[in-house]
Write a protein that binds this ligand. Structure first.
Ligand SMILES: Cc1ncc(COP(=O)(O)O)c(C=O)c1O
Length: 438
């Protein structure tokens, strides 16, 4: 499969090069030249998760990875459960729980697959003098997934930057207390600014090559492809006939999750529509409604991991939409959910016996809003639960007046010291820090 840089079309690479370069020239993202069509989806859905995921990913990687190697990578990467829980039997609403990996968020799928890719593709660099430096911006959950996927790996160091004070204490504890090859930096600005710093470092030859720089953000195609697999799993758990009439709702910030869903759809996975629900940072819903790309200053919300006004992956969605306009006009929508609506959704779900983190609750609110706008059509629905509720313990305790217990992964780190350094949002400060790394 050939991947092209969406900004510099002449930069064409294979999967291995796309993974190792992370970001293309002029900060362009790589994207497959064509989306493979899968045959006999009904039979595919009957396979188990790993063999099915091998079949889904194979056409994207087969020129650089054998089927056996790919299978081994997926067995190691996807080594945690992926349950779907029925929340409301009358209205057929289901929660797809993507947070059972080591960092308790859906990011474990992408980060763990990416770590497997690096282990396959850069044995030279892992054996050489210069370690691979994985530079990643996080709005809360990517950092932990990346830190846990790369912790202790030989000749790889992860540098994770995040907006200071804009992620929850427990999110911070999960990746900023590890030490070893995990370096964390609190930036005195918002996530968009962290994301921009990563892009600047990639464009800086004084950093990129000497540091053997790579990224674990959803800039990297490997992360997105891993996420395609769980849409098929949701459909498998529903069954082919039901899947065809199912509506998915995903909480969206950088639009990686939504992109993965639309890739799955373009590959042949049937569903009725996908709703990308955002918080008050609603660049995309406004763009889809008015045709004007008008990002505003990012505002802080309860769903902090989605406080993003410049969603990186939206250009990939536009690329897909250009080739399949009918799919996008009729089957992808984006809605904005206010803070009040998110809080109401947390409460409604709790009354129904389900404790959801605010991001997952926002996806549920997106579903309900969309359903109402369509006159409450009876449809099977799946909302993506992207983080374990305990990661957002403070806000859930405030909203619901309950005690939220910590799972062992969080209890272990809750009292550890934060090891992060603090920097302003000037690129020169980050550059100085990176050049001084051992
Ligand atoms: C818990 C949670 N939900 C949703 C999102 C948004 O996902 P995406 O950036 O793929 O749109 C994130 C991203 O950081 C997240 O951590």
């Amino acid at each position: 499969m050939r991947y092209s840089n969406l900004k510099v079309a002449t930069e064409q690479v294979n999967f291995k090069q796309a993974v190792l370069r992370g970001l293309g020239r002029e900060q362009g993202l790589f994207f497959p030249d064509e989306i493979p069509q899968l045959e006999n989806i009904e039979a595919l859905l009957k396979l188990d998760f790993i063999p099915r995921s091998v079949a889904i990913l194979k056409p994207f990687v087969e020129d650089v990875l054998t089927e056996n190697v790919l299978e081994g990578m997926l067995i190691r990467a996807f080594n945690f459960p992926l349950p779907m829980v029925q929340i409301d039997a009358d209205n057929d609403i289901n929660a797809l729980e993507l947070f059972h990996g080591p960092s308790l968020a859906f990011k474990d799928f992408g980060a763990r697959f990416l770590a497997e890719c690096f282990a396959q593709f850069s044995p030279e660099s892992t054996a050489s003098e210069t370690p691979l430096t994985i530079l990643t911006a996080t709005s809360g959950d990517t950092g932990a997934a990346v830190a846990h996927a790369f912790l202790g790996q030989k000749n790889i160091r992860a540098v994770i930057i995040y907006p200071k004070g804009k992620i929850t204490k427990l999110q911070e504890k999960l990746f900023c207390t590890l030490g070893e090859n995990i370096h964390t930096i609190a930036i005195d600005d918002d996530f968009d600014s962290c994301q921009q710093l990563v892009k600047e470092a990639f464009s800086d030859p004084a950093i990129r090559h000497p540091l053997n720089l790579n990224s674990a953000n959803s800039i990297n195609m490997a992360r997105l492809l891993a996420q395609v697999c769980y849409y098929f799993e949701a459909a498998a758990q529903l069954g082919y006939a039901k899947a065809k009439t199912t509506v998915f709702s995903v909480p969206s910030g950088n639009f990686g999750n939504a992109t993965a869903g639309m890739i799955a759809h373009c590959m042949g996975l049937p569903f009725k529509r996908l709703i990308a629900a955002t918080n008050e940072n609603d660049t995309v819903p406004r763009f889809l409604a008015q045709g004007l790309w008008d990002p505003r200053k990012t505002v802080a919300t309860l769903t902090n991991a989605m406080d993003i006004s410049l969603p990186n992956n939206f250009v990939r969605i536009q690329q897909l939409a250009a080739t399949r306009p009918e799919l996008f006009e009729q089957q992808m929508f984006s809605v904005k959910i206010s803070e009040t609506e998110t809080l109401a959704a947390v409460k409604t779900l709790y009354q129904q016996g389900y404790l959801a983190d605010p991001h997952s609750a926002l996806a549920y609110a997106g579903l309900i809003k969309d359903r109402k706008q369509r006159g409450n059509a009876a449809e099977t629905a799946v909302f993506a639960c992207t983080a374990h509720p305990a990661k957002f313990r403070e806000s859930l305790q405030d909203t619901l007046k309950i005690e939220v217990e910590l799972p062992s992964e969080l209890a272990e780190v809750a009292n550890r010291k934060i090891l992060s350094v603090q920097l302003d949002s000037q690129y020169s400060s980050l550059k100085q820090y990176l050049l001084a790394l051992d």
